[in-house]
Design a binder for this molecule. Structure first.
Ligand code: SAM
Length: 183
């Protein structure tokens, strides 16, 4: 999907889409940097959109690992379903329901959760539900990696996780902060 089609998704539903363009390759690199791919069995992605991060995750994941990708935009889901890779499962449902799908896929814990969700635009109650389930299912050795266009989410993340490191990339539209959260 082109930048133009991504922008048209933003015009249709700016609150859920939360961005005017797909992530730059610089942001994608910083989002996957914290992952130790050698040990990975299950990765979850929230809000894959047009798949900028998704494709890079698949490029690095071991052959026997699974990627569960939660996306609520039907147009993006249709496009993501064209990815020809048996390791990815596209889940057309909200990230809040992570635990149900995790169990359906025979996992209790997730190694890494990579999130592009527009936390600043999602209702507080939904953000709370999402962070609660993330905290519950994240492996102790893993990390929750989230990008945002401001530092607004820092307090919520710090209240949820013991350690929150903040990175930044200016080369993205708009420039982005990357939060790497661990317990
Ligand atoms: C900023 S876009 C990210 C696109 C892509 N990951 C990238 O970095 O280029 C955010 C995505 O989150 C999705 N989204 C928003 N709320 C969601 C929710 N509750 N559960 C799953 N996906 C959601 C939107 O539909 C949108 O595709």
């Amino acid at each position: 999907m082109s930048k133009k089609e991504f922008f048209s998704a933003f015009l249709k539903n700016s609150k859920n889409t939360g961005a005017v363009a797909p992530s730059s390759k610089y942001l994608v690199k910083k989002m996957i940097e914290p992952i130790d791919f050698k040990k990975v069995k299950c990765i979850v992605e929230f809000g894959p959109g047009t798949g900028s991060i998704t494709n890079e995750l698949l490029n690095h994941m071991p052959k026997d690992a699974v990627l569960l990708a939660f996306e609520i935009n039907d147009d993006f889901c249709k496009m993501l379903k064209q990815i020809n890779d048996p390791r990815i499962k596209i889940i057309s449902d909200t990230a809040e329901n992570l635990e149900t799908y995790l169990h359906e896929n025979n996992f209790d814990k997730v190694d890494y959760i990579i999130s592009s969700l527009p936390l600043a635009m999602i209702p507080n109650g939904v953000v709370k539900n999402i962070l609660t389930v993330v905290k519950k299912v994240l492996s102790p050795a893993g990390a929750f990696v989230q990008y945002q266009y401001s530092l607004n989410a820092y307090k919520k993340l710090k209240n949820t996780f013991k350690k929150v490191d903040v990175n930044f990339t200016p080369i993205n539209i708009p420039p982005a902060f990357i939060f790497v959260c661990k317990d």
